[in-house]
Design a binder for this molecule. Structure first.
Ligand code: APR
Ligand code: PHB
Length: 412
C-alpha cells in the first residue's frame, strides 16, 4: 500500500527504509509518574529504556494533578536519589481531619500506624524532579512524539512507531511498558476479547481550585455536608488547594470565584473559632470521578501500569501512588529477567499488582461513598453516612483501617 511521505507517494518498502530505527531494552510509552519512575528504576538496575511522550516538557511539568504521596512513595523517591527537593520543600502530615455536623475529628496516623506519615508535594513537582534526573543523566526522553503506535508485542519483535518533528522513527525493544494514562494507545492496542473491564462512574465530579491563601488547617480536612463533599488541602504554606463536589456535568463557567468561596464556607463551617482562609483563585477546573480496572494488565510483551490500566476517584489520593507501586514491581520483574533470563515475575506481574490495585480501589470507593452526597433526597442514606462517620471517628479499629490504607498498605 502506498504511504504519503513529505508529500510524495512512495511504496511501503521505501517508507520503511526512510523510517529511522533505534534499539533499546524497554520501550516506555508516556512520561507521567508511571513511565518516569519506571525509566528511573530501570536505569538504576542497568537496564536501558527510551521514554516516548506525546506532550511537551512544559506541558507535563505544569499539568495540575493531585499532590499527596504515601510514605512508601516518598521512601522510594528518596532512596533512589530523586527526593532531594522533596525533602526540602514538601510538607509532612501526621493525620487528617474528618469533619461533619460542624465538628472536626482527627485521625492520628502517627499513633495508629506506628509513626507513618503522608506528604504533600504536587505531582508536577515529582515530574520535574524525574525529568531533570533523566535529562541530567543524558538518558533518552522524547517529547512531542506524534502518531505513536505499538507493534508486534504478541510476537518476538515488539516495536513502537512514532514521529518527532515530522520524522518517522521506529524503536525496537524487548518489551513495551504502556504507561500512557487512561486515554493512551497501549491498552486499546491489545486485541479485542483479551481484556475485561471493571468500571463504576459516579454521578458527580470535583471542582478544584488553587488559591493564594495559607491553609486554613495544618492538615487536610475531608468534610461531609448535606450540600455535598468538600476537601481542604494545600500545596505550600502559602497556597491552598480546595475541592467541592459538583454534579458530573457541571460547567466551570457556572462557578464564579464568589460562588466557590461561599459554597466552601458553607460546607466547611465548624463550631468554635475556625475560619476558612480566602485569597485570589489562580486556577480552577472540574474533573469527573470514576473507578476503573482492566484485567489482565499484560499481553504478550506489553505491560500496562498506572492510569493506562486503572483509575481511582481522588478521594483516597491513590492515583499517583498506585502508578508508582505498579512500576516498582514491573522494574523488579524486568531486573529478574535481565539478570537470570527467568520470566517468572514478568508472567505474574498482573496477578501481583492487581492485588494492591483492588485494595486501593476498595479504599477509594469507600472514602468516596462515605463522604459524598449521592442522592440529596435520600434521608436514609444521609443518616447512614453520618453513622458511618461517627463510627469511623470513634472506634480505634475503624480509625486504624482508614489510617493504614491512607498512608499506604505495605509493599510486599
Ligand atoms: N503517546 C505517548 N504518550 C502518551 C500518549 C501517546 N499516545 N498518550 C498519552 N501519553 C502520555 C500523557 O501525555 C501523559 O504524560 O502518557 C502520560 C501518562 O501519564 P498520567 O496520565 O499521569 O498517568 P500515570 O503515569 O499512569 O500516572 C497516574 O497521574 O493521572 C494522574 O491521577 C493520576 O495520579 C495519577 C497518575
Ligand atoms: C490534593 O492535595 O490534591 C489531594 C489530596 C488528597 C486527596 C485528593 C487530592 O484525597
Amino acid at each position: 500500500m502506498p504511504v504519503v511521505s513529505k508529500l510524495r507517494v512512495v511504496p511501503a518498502h521505501i517508507a520503511q527504509r526512510e523510517r529511522q530505527t533505534v534499539r533499546t531494552q524497554i520501550g516506555i510509552v508516556g512520561a507521567g509518574p508511571a513511565g518516569l519512575v519506571l525509566a528511573h528504576l530501570l536505569h538504576l538496575q542497568g537496564i536501558e529504556s527510551v521514554v516516548i511522550e506525546s506532550r511537551s516538557r512544559k506541558y507535563i511539568e505544569e499539568r495540575i494533578r493531585a499532590g499527596l504521596l504515601e510514605h512508601g512513595t516518598v521512601d522510594l523517591l528518596i532512596e533512589t536519589g530523586v527526593g532531594k527537593r522533596l525533602q526540602r520543600e514538601a510538607l509532612t502530615h501526621h493525620g487528617i481531619e474528618l469533619r461533619f455536623n460542624r465538628r472536626g475529628h482527627r485521625i492520628d496516623f502517627n499513633d495508629l500506624t506506628g509513626g507513618k506519615t503522608v506528604t504533600i508535594y504536587a505531582q508536577q513537582e515529582v515530574i520535574k524532579d524525574l525529568v531533570a534526573a533523566r535529562l541530567e543523566a543524558g538518558l533518552p526522553l522524547i517529547f512531542e512524539a506524534s502518531d505513536v503506535s505499538v507493534h508486534n508485542f504478541d510476537g518476538a519483535n515488539p516495536s513502537i512507531r512514532f514521529r518527532v518533528a515530522g520524522k518517522a522513527q521506529e524503536l525496537h525493544c524487548d518489551y513495551i511498558a504502556g504507561c500512557d494514562g487512561f486515554h493512551g494507545i497501549c491498552r486499546p492496542s491489545i486485541p479485542a476479547g483479551v481484556l475485561t473491564e471493571f468500571e463504576r462512574i459516579y454521578p458527580f465530579g470535583w471542582l478544584g481550585i488553587l488559591a493564594q491563601a495559607p491553609p486554613s488547617s495544618p492538615e487536610l480536612v475531608y468534610t461531609y455536608h448535606e450540600r455535598g463533599f468538600a476537601l481542604l488541602t494545600m500545596r505550600t504554606t502559602e497556597v491552598s488547594r480546595l475541592y467541592l463536589q459538583v454534579p458530573y456535568d457541571e460547567e466551570i463557567d457556572a462557578w464564579s470565584d464568589d460562588r466557590i468561596w461561599s459554597e466552601l464556607r458553607t460546607r466547611t463551617a465548624a463550631d468554635g473559632n475556625w475560619k476558612l482562609n480566602e485569597g485570589a483563585i489562580f486556577q480552577k477546573g472540574i474533573t469527573g470521578m470514576r473507578s476503573y480496572v482492566v484485567e489482565p494488565m499484560q499481553y504478550g510483551k506489553m505491560f500496562l501500569a498506572g492510569d493506562a490500566a486503572h483509575i481511582v476517584p481522588p478521594t483516597g489520593a491513590k492515583g499517583l501512588n498506585l502508578a508508582v507501586a505498579d512500576v516498582r514491581i514491573m522494574a523488579q520483574a524486568f531486573a529478574e529477567f535481565y539478570k537470570t533470563g527467568k520470566t517468572e515475575l514478568l508472567d505474574r506481574y498482573s496477578e501481583i499488582v492487581l492485588r494492591r490495585v483492588w485494595k486501593a480501589q476498595r479504599f477509594s470507593w469507600w472514602m468516596t461513598s462515605m463522604l459524598h452526597r449521592f442522592d440529596t433526597d435520600n434521608a436514609f442514606d444521609e443518616r447512614r453516612q453520618i453513622a458511618e462517620l461517627d463510627y469511623v471517628t470513634s472506634s480505634r479499629a475503624a480509625m486504624t483501617t482508614l489510617a493504614e490504607n491512607y498512608v499506604g498498605l505495605p509493599w510486599d
